[in-house]
Unconditional design. Structure first.
Length: 176
């Protein structure tokens, strides 16, 4: 019998001073059995950095034809495709062909750097692709709970993710 996803609830209060986006989002996330807490939080971070009412979580890890998050137009066209980690070139090509804009958030320094060096030259042909490395400063495990209430403050490109007394600071390095 296959292991089932674990359900997490996140009440996000987002204050993005850079884009003047101030909203509250009540989210339900399914954590795949193969997913760890770090990847779950990176999915939340990707949502926060691109938040709007049309951005939704997809099946991600469990589905090859869907990203981790996407935003679709009313006509069903994919406007934004967001993947996490180190996808292969075939997946990146498919994403760039199907979507107006693609963002890959990578976050594990050693593996991310090696992956990017290997694939960097072939990525230059994709004009609608952005690769972003997330610098995470703080204990991710301290903010993860089955039911989270998180304050997300973005100012001058820095995201502070706060759960009670615990804070994780996130900055972005644009790699392509």
């Amino acid at each position: 019998m296959a292991a089932k996803a674990t359900i997490y609830k996140a009440l996000l209060n987002i204050a993005n001073m850079d884009t003047h986006y101030y909203e509250e989002h009540n989210l339900t996330l399914a954590k795949h059995p193969s997913e760890n807490d770090l990847r779950l939080i990176v999915r939340l971070i990707a949502f926060i950095l691109n938040a709007n009412e049309d951005l939704v979580f997809c099946k991600g890890i469990a589905e090859d034809d869907e990203p981790d998050l996407w935003q679709k137009s009313l006509g069903g066209d994919i406007e934004l495709w967001i993947d996490l980690g180190q996808p292969d070139e075939k997946r990146i090509k498919k994403a760039c062909g199907r979507s107006d804009r693609v963002i890959i958030y990578t976050y594990q320094e050693g593996m991310a750097t090696a992956w990017f060096k290997q694939i960097e030259k072939s990525l230059k042909r994709f004009k609608n692709l952005e690769v972003v490395y997330l610098n995470l400063d703080g204990e991710i495990e301290s903010i993860v709970e089955r039911s989270m209430s998180l304050q997300a403050n973005i100012s001058d490109g820095e995201l502070s993710l706060i759960n009670g007394e615990d804070t994780v600071l996130i900055t972005k390095d644009i790699w392509s």
